[in-house]
Design a binder for this molecule. Structure first.
Ligand code: NDP
Length: 439
């Protein structure tokens, strides 16, 4: 903390991991002897750069760009790019740190990285988005490559932004290669990548339910967010017989007791890029609660009665008070589509209450795993079918669940997937680092 002050989210992520690693570190001093913790928390490389661009009125705008190449013990750096005004060094660092463990858990050969910019895409024209993405790539291109660092999307970065960045990378380097994932289906993208994080989070929930002798059929669900992860989580919930009854965006929370109209939500968020409030024009009986009316210290979405909860918007979007409300309303499972969605207090509350809790690095790892499948297709000049990719996604999420739950049992904490996921991922990364020497 002394060498990097004011990185609140990064410390939160590190503390959560270190606390759960105590049993493996105490077992013997092998990892301590190799100073693994000290090496793990220090990124291999952090890049910060200026992103100048011109808006439609001819004004020059300046943003800060970031790429953190955190750990390459298991493979090329891999992790998304986030464009959101809240982005800063701490946010990128926490996301990069989480990514190391998440990627290790998939069992695939990918290291951990993350990046983004404090750019706010809201209200910007397509031409402005394109100019921003091109300027961002004008610096980023020299640091990335299909075998070194392969960025993907995250908040504010979807197929449109990946397209503009890919075009600029190609122009700067003259190379048509798998340097980004989440690409369009016409030009190197993988089937099911767009859906993968949301689908994966629901598959993970299903594995947790199966372990309790239950399944998704008939379950009523709360899904925060209304972006890429939330939309495809809701789609998979409907496909597997569950009903999403509430979702949210940065303007408020939408509740529709009979089940959300997903095709309308796709229209509003993917095409029109507008507020969920507009849903009421077609469904006047639904409720919309603006964020100005959220309960103090919490979020409206977690106050509805439901069986399952899927936080799919952003970090720390589920507080201790939200957790208490969820559990007292009978919620029996939380599966995180977003990274570090639940606060530390909320996580502790879930574990004490004994409900099933899937932490983001395990429950949303289907997204990055499918990105790796996109890399594999690009490298071998192949294109697999939707079913082939989806089938692998289902198997990978099952393997992650088993890895985390078996490790939790091994360390005397059955059902604690936070501990299980952290230890299973840590051992993989730490052992690879030790075998590669002091580098
Ligand atoms: P999107 O930008 O597509 O969607 C984010 C959604 O969350 C939007 O509906 C947005 O509202 C809402 N949101 C974002 N920030 C806030 C905030 N501070 N307060 C309230 N609402 C907010 O992003 P993704 O769906 O891709 O990402 C969502 C989460 O999933 C993130 O935590 C990301 O790190 C994680 N994740 C994403 C992966 C992926 O493959 N995309 C992979 C693994 C994890 P609005 O619509 O108004 O903008």
């Amino acid at each position: 903390k002394q060498s990097s002050p004011a990185q609140t989210e990064f410390y939160q992520a590190v503390e959560e991991v270190l606390r759960t690693l105590e049993p493996v570190l105490e077992k013997n001093n092998y990892y301590a002897k190799h100073s693994i913790i000290q090496r793990l928390v220090e990124p291999e490389r952090q890049i910060m750069f200026r992103v100048p661009w011109q808006d439609d009125s001819g004004n020059i705008q300046i943003n800060k760009g970031y790429r953190i190449e955190f750990n390459s013990a298991l493979g090329p750096y891999k992790g998304g790019l986030r464009f959101h005004p809240s982005v800063n060094a701490s946010i990128i660092k926490f996301l990069g740190f989480e990514q190391i463990f998440k990627n290790a858990l998939t069992g695939l050969p990918i290291g951990g990285g993350k990046g983004g910019a404090n750019f706010d895409p809201k209200g910007r024209s397509d031409a402005e988005i394109m100019r921003f993405c091109q300027s961002f790539m004008n610096e980023l291109y020299r640091h990335i490559g299909p075998n070194t660092d392969v960025p993907a999307g995250d908040i504010g970065v979807g197929a449109r932004e990946i397209g503009y960045m890919f075009g600029q990378y190609k122009r700067l380097t003259g190379k048509y290669e798998g340097v980004l994932t989440g690409k369009g289906l016409l030009w190197g993208g993988s089937y099911a990548r767009k859906e993968a994080t949301g689908y994966g989070t629901v598959y993970f929930a299903d594995h947790m339910l199966n372990a309790r002798g239950e399944n998704l059929q008939g379950q009523r669900c709360l899904v925060s967010g209304a972006g890429n992860v939330a939309i495809y989580a809701m789609e998979k919930l409907y496909q597997l017989g569950a009903t999403p009854i509430a979702c949210s965006d940065s303007t408020g929370t939408l509740y529709h007791a009979q089940g959300l109209d997903l095709s309308l939500i796709k229209e509003l968020k993917e095409k029109e890029r507008t507020s969920l409030l507009r849903y009421l024009n077609s469904h006047p009986r639904a409720q919309f609660i603006p964020i100005s009316e959220y309960p103090s210290g919490g979020h409206t979405i977690w106050r509805y009665k439901a069986d399952l909860a899927f936080p799919c918007a952003t970090q720390n979007e589920l507080t201790t008070r939200d957790a208490e409300a969820l559990v007292s309303n009978g919620c029996k499972l939380v599966s995180e589509g977003a990274n570090m969605a639940a606060s530390q207090g909320a996580v502790e509350y879930f574990l004490k209450a004994g409900i099933s809790y899937g932490p983001g690095k395990a429950a949303n790892a289907g997204g990055v795993a499918t990105s790796q499948l996109e890399m594999a297709q690009n490298a071998s000049m192949q294109k697999w079918t939707f079913e082939q990719v989806d089938c692998q996604l289902l198997q990978i999420t099952k393997d992650i669940y088993l890895r985390a739950s078996e490790t939790a049992r091994e360390f005397g904490a059955p059902g604690n997937l936070v501990l299980g996921a952290n230890i299973a991922a840590f051992r993989r990364v730490a052992d690879a680092m030790i075998e590669q020497g002091v580098v």
